[in-house]
Design a protein around this ligand. Structure first.
Ligand SMILES: [Zn+2]
Length: 198
């Protein structure tokens, strides 16, 4: 018996009743590294393109969605965490936070942005002088949760997503973070000098 020929350029198993052409690109943004196949549009939608929100029923997909999607871009994998920021002023100060889930790239972007701004703008007040290093340490301990994720991919169930954020330069390649990290050192040196001179 002749083995069934497979005309598909993708080579993944197709139902015999499927339309002769099936090379329909994934609806939405094409994305580097994306696997065609188990979450492509069903055959009856091949002529029209899948509507953006057409989740397949659970159990029908070969790559199940484990865990959350990034709150900014919708990609997976994502992890639940919260990055914090602190802005100090003599009279008014603000405690900021941005809650996940984050994919790797959006999480690193939020971590770097909030931590750099905290380093330059956090120190300016008595309580703030204590709150700022604590905020930075909290962010540093949570950074690994997002940094260790796999590169972001579109969700397998086809829910709409955007391109992940650009994480930008590393924290200590940012001038405001470097200058900000030196502020407490300079302030303490200044206080010691003033006391010695008194
Ligand atoms: Zn993201």
């Amino acid at each position: 018996m002749q083995p069934p020929s497979n005309p598909s350029p993708y080579g993944y198993g197709e139902a015999p009743h499927q339309a002769p052409y099936s090379g329909q690109p994934y609806a939405g943004q094409p994305y580097a590294g994306q696997q065609p196949g188990p979450y492509g549009p069903p055959p009856h939608q091949a002529q029209y393109g899948a509507p953006p929100a057409q989740p397949m029923p659970y159990g029908a997909q070969q790559i199940p969605v484990h865990g959350p999607q990034c709150r900014f871009c919708g990609c997976v994998p994502a992890v639940e965490t919260t990055f914090r920021g602190h802005r100090g002023m003599i009279l008014v100060m603000s405690f900021l936070h941005t809650k996940g889930p984050f994919c790797r790239d959006c999480g690193l972007a939020v971590f770097r942005d909030m931590t750099a701004k905290t380093l330059i703008g956090g120190w300016w007040g008595y309580i703030s002088f204590i709150a700022t290093p604590i905020t930075v340490l909290i962010n540093l301990t949570r950074r690994g949760k997002v940094a260790s994720l796999a590169p972001p991919m579109p969700p397998p169930d086809g829910t709409p997503h955007r391109r992940p954020a650009d994480p930008g330069p590393p924290l200590m390649s940012r001038p405001i973070a470097v200058i900000g990290a030196l502020i407490p050192v300079l302030l303490i040196a200044l206080i010691i000098l003033i006391n010695l001179a008194a």
